[in-house]
Design a protein around this ligand. Structure first.
Ligand SMILES: [Fe+2]
Length: 240
């Protein structure tokens, strides 16, 4: 099975805490391809005072990775995005083109602090929505304000927010509590997208193949294809 989308990765070398060089990037790409992934979003961190590589450098590294990917695997696409640590100025920054959206769409992969309360997450998403952006909450399972609040998760989805969870959390590599929450969210149809959040090949390597197999086992093949292929295709490509 192939054609999967991985919507959250740190594969661009030397722009954040992801891949350290092109050699490591290539190893990640190889693993992704073997796992059936054919579209990868490179989503380097943007966080004020912490991850602020210049846009120029990011674009330059992206072009190199894109060229390398298509040299090794002509049918592997790499698109540029950003994991944006949500702040008050994000709409201004996005409007100015200071950071890329997801593949040039209106979608913004938005990260929060683990201690963010629910209202703050909701407000930031609301601000994005009212300015014509489509927030995707990055690894939504990580925030207690969401993982201990299934009704809140439902409210966010009803607002029009997309929910991304990490492959490792879904398969249980981040502990049983997270695994159980992810499963519950899937059963209640509150998950839209999956990312590996891969940073390297050592302790944060991509596990999309394992995740696809697990989802197929617990949710069925149709659901697995919906989450890993059809949803991202609709969200990022159709009607645009
Ligand atoms: Fe990330």
């Amino acid at each position: 099975m192939s054609g999967f989308y991985d919507v959250h990765t740190h594969i661009l070398p030397q722009v954040d805490d992801g891949a350290k060089d092109m050699e490591e990037t290539v190893k990640i790409l190889e693993k992704e391809y073997q796992d059936g992934v054919r579209t990868i979003f490179a989503t380097p961190h943007y966080r004020k005072n912490m991850f602020e590589s210049s846009l120029e450098k990011i674009q330059q590294q992206y072009e190199l990775v894109k060229a390398e990917a298509s040299r090794i695997y002509p049918d592997l696409r790499v698109l540029l995005g950003c994991e944006y640590h949500a702040n008050m100025d994000m709409v201004d920054m996005l409007d100015k083109g200071g950071r890329p959206t997801m593949g040039g769409t209106r979608c913004v992969l938005s990260e929060f602090s683990e201690r963010s309360d629910f209202r703050k997450i909701q407000e930031r998403c609301y601000t994005l929505l009212t300015h014509g952006y489509e927030p995707i909450i990055a690894h939504a399972e990580r925030y207690p304000a969401i993982s201990k609040n299934m009704d809140g998760l439902e409210q966010l989805v009803e607002m029009g927010v997309y929910i991304q969870m990490n492959a490792d959390s879904i398969i249980g590599a981040e502990g049983f509590t997270m695994k159980r929450f992810c499963k519950k969210a899937m059963k209640r149809n509150l998950l839209h997208l999956i990312g590996s959040d891969a940073h390297n090949m050592k302790d944060r390597s991509p596990s999309m193949g394992k995740c696809a197999a697990y989802i197929e086992k617990v949710m069925g093949k149709e659901y697995m294809e919906k989450i890993l292929i059809n949803n991202p295709r609709e969200i990022f490509e159709e009607d645009r």
